[in-house]
Write a protein that binds this ligand. Structure first.
Ligand code: COA
Length: 241
């Protein structure tokens, strides 16, 4: 199997990070795959393709920083193993794969997430397990209930990916509660200190962008001793191409 990729411009940015996206499609999906970790040799062609696409997006994001990511092995809890001194995050949904990469001296972690709007991911099950009615109410006028649920879910996935290396156990999705929303950010507050890597901030600001087809969210965990303010928000409804 191989995949054909087309770079896409993403409507989400952070000065500390190189962020790249690609659209991808499988070519010859039933041919034995090359360049896959052994754990994926029996995965479905769709899963193999998205894995490869995520690695290619990561490679594209690394290059402007002068980083050669190599093969990016799969680490514990499925986390990609980035080169020393590098932090990064990968996400894929439908035929879009994205990666955000930075250096550890500028941020302690990063989480990026994309979700296809009206894709296979059902949003009704998200409430109340992952998203509360109160949170939906804060965003309903602006996005409608379905999109609000998807955005909140995506933001929590982005936070989780950024902080996951610091966690010792599972976290509840409701550990971070929505406290506000401005033009390009969702603001969350941590409910308790049980998440407690001591460097995890109490307040978290997640950038978001949306198009007709996707929502994207980005959380940058600040480097120790730096301000918690992350990037500037990108515009809603910016183009992906
Ligand atoms: C890991 C998880 C975040 C992946 O999210 P997803 O929406 O299914 O898939 P995405 O395409 O957005 O991201 C998948 C990529 O994230 C990366 N990833 C996987 N596990 C990860 C982890 N523990 N930490 C950071 N990144 C991870 C991988 O690169 C993966 O792609 P790959 O397997 O092709 O390399 C999700 O499956 C999960 O476990 N969620 C639970 C989060 C949680 O417990 N939240 C509670 C507190 S907020």
């Amino acid at each position: 199997m191989s995949i054909a990729v087309t770079p896409v411009k993403l409507p989400i940015a952070a000065p500390q990070l190189s962020i790249r996206g690609i659209e991808f499609r499988s070519i010859d999906p039933w041919r034995p795959p090359a360049d896959l970790p052994s754990g994926l040799s029996r995965a479905t062609p769709k899963r193999q393709a998205e894995f490869l696409a995520g690695r290619i997006a990561a490679d594209h994001a690394c290059r402007p920083l002068g980083i050669d990511p190599g093969r990016l092995p799969v680490g514990s809890e499925r986390r990609p193993v980035w080169p020393p001194g590098v932090i990064g995050s990968i996400s894929h949904s439908d035929n879009l794969a994205v990666a955000a990469v930075g250096v550890r001296s500028r941020c302690a972690g990063v989480g990026i997430d994309v979700e296809k709007v009206n894709g296979n991911r059902r949003t009704d099950f998200l409430v109340p397990a992952i998203v509360s009615e109160d949170e939906i109410a804060m965003l309903r006028d602006r996005f409608g209930s379905g999109l609000a649920a998807l955005l909140l879910f995506s933001a929590r996935e982005a936070i989780y990916k950024a902080i996951s290396p610091f966690l010792s156990g599972r976290l509840s999705y409701r550990e971070f509660l929505l406290t506000g929303c401005d033009s390009g950010r969702l603001l969350f507050a941590r409910r308790s200190r049980k998440t407690a890597h001591r460097h995890l901030p109490r307040d978290m600001s997640v950038l978001f962008a949306r198009t007709e087809d996707y929502v994207a969210t980005l959380y940058v965990l600040p480097a120790v001793g730096t301000d918690t303010a992350p990037a500037s928000p990108a515009n809603d409804m910016a183009s992906w191409t």
